[in-house]
Design a protein around this ligand. Structure first.
Ligand code: UDP
Ligand code: MG
Length: 311
């Protein structure tokens, strides 16, 4: 029989693990004629009782496994660790808070049987989410899709079901700065999407603040497009041309009506303008250089402190 690996990143989720496992057991029963399930919970440096809950669950059921990081490395690293350790013929990644409905799995599996390699999911709506957050999310997808060759579906979740082949391809991308939404799309393969109504978390709280999401979306831009570098180049060109125009104007004025001590204000304005653009461009360049710096250091994305998997 074929095996399905379920990868679940957990950060301070002591309250949600039990309801999640309960919901999954039902699905496991529904699908048990076709698939064996394997769970890989990744404890991403939680400061609550997440690890204790995972250990006791792993003791009570032998297809439940956990990896526990030495500190919080972020969801991207947790996903990577889970995908690396997964041994299934099919692999799915899910949030533990039940915002990714387990009931969709049989439907997703049917799509795989139809011949798709990746079955993704997206939310039809964002009911229950702060309007400002929805607004910025929409903006992000509009912008990134207009400047990047890698298409990202609006509202798409990380929740997806993939074949072994897709996961092996994703794992061949060795970059340290990982933006999974982009990576899963970049590898290609036949992809289809299933939509569902937005849900609220069963318990606990989201670990994403407005600022962490903003930083995350900037990450998407820098990793998947050169648009920001183009802005830097364009603003450099514009300020260069306008300064040439300014110089010509000054020379002509000197030759015709003579020089003037007036114009101090316009001088200062121009200096500030050009200086500002230079700083902006330096900042953007710096951002890319810092990414290169991180990549060349080749630091591991995570350290596993404890696990019940044998090597
Ligand atoms: N998560 C993680 N590491 C982090 C932050 C989050 O592993 O640093 C996990 C979290 O436990 C959950 C999933 O990523 O399973 C999504 O997080 P959350 O529900 O907080 O995000 P939201 O659904 O609000 O986007
Ligand atoms: Mg959530």
């Amino acid at each position: 029989m074929e095996k399905l690996s379920v990868v679940i990143p957990c950060f301070n989720e002591e309250q949600t693990i039990k309801p999640f496992i309960k919901a999954m057991m039902k699905i496991e029963q529904v699908m048990s004629r076709e698939l064996i399930f394997e769970y890989l919970f990744v404890n991403d440096g939680s400061s609550d009782k997440t690890l204790d809950v995972l250990k006791s669950e792993a003791n009570s059921k032998d297809n439940i496994n956990y990896l526990s990081f030495s500190r919080n490395f972020g969801k991207e690293s947790a996903l990577l660790a889970g995908l690396e350790k997964a041994t299934g013929d099919y692999i799915t990644v899910m949030d533990v808070d039940l915002q990714d409905p387990p009931e969709l799995l049989p439907k997703m599996y049917n799509k795989i049987k139809e011949g798709y390699d990746i079955v993704g999911t997206y939310r039809k709506d964002r009911v229950g989410e702060p309007p400002i957050r929805s607004f910025f999310s929409k903006m992000f997808y509009k912008l990134i899709n207009s400047v990047s060759d890698t298409k990202m579906v609006e509202g798409a979740r990380d929740y997806r079901l993939m074949t072994r082949q897709v996961v092996d391809s994703v794992l061949e991308l060795k970059e340290v700065n990982r933006f999974s939404k982009g990576l899963f799309s970049w590898v290609g393969y036949d992809t289809t999407y299933i939509s569902f109504d937005n849900r609220e978390r069963v318990a606990g709280e989201t670990s994403w603040s407005f600022w962490s999401l903003l930083k995350y979306s900037l990450e998407g831009f820098i990793n998947f497009s050169e648009a920001l570098l183009n802005i830097a180049t364009a603003s450099g060109i514009i300020s260069f041309i306008s300064s040439i125009v300014g110089i010509v104007f000054i020379i002509i004025r000197k030759l015709t009506i003579g020089g003037s001590v007036n114009g101090w204000a316009s001088m200062v304005v121009m200096m500030l303008f050009i200086g500002g653009i230079q700083l902006l461009c330096l900042g953007i360049l710096g951002k890319y250089i810092s990414k290169i710096f991180l990549e060349t250091k080749k630091r591991p994305s995570y350290f596993i402190k404890e696990t019940n998997l044998d090597d």
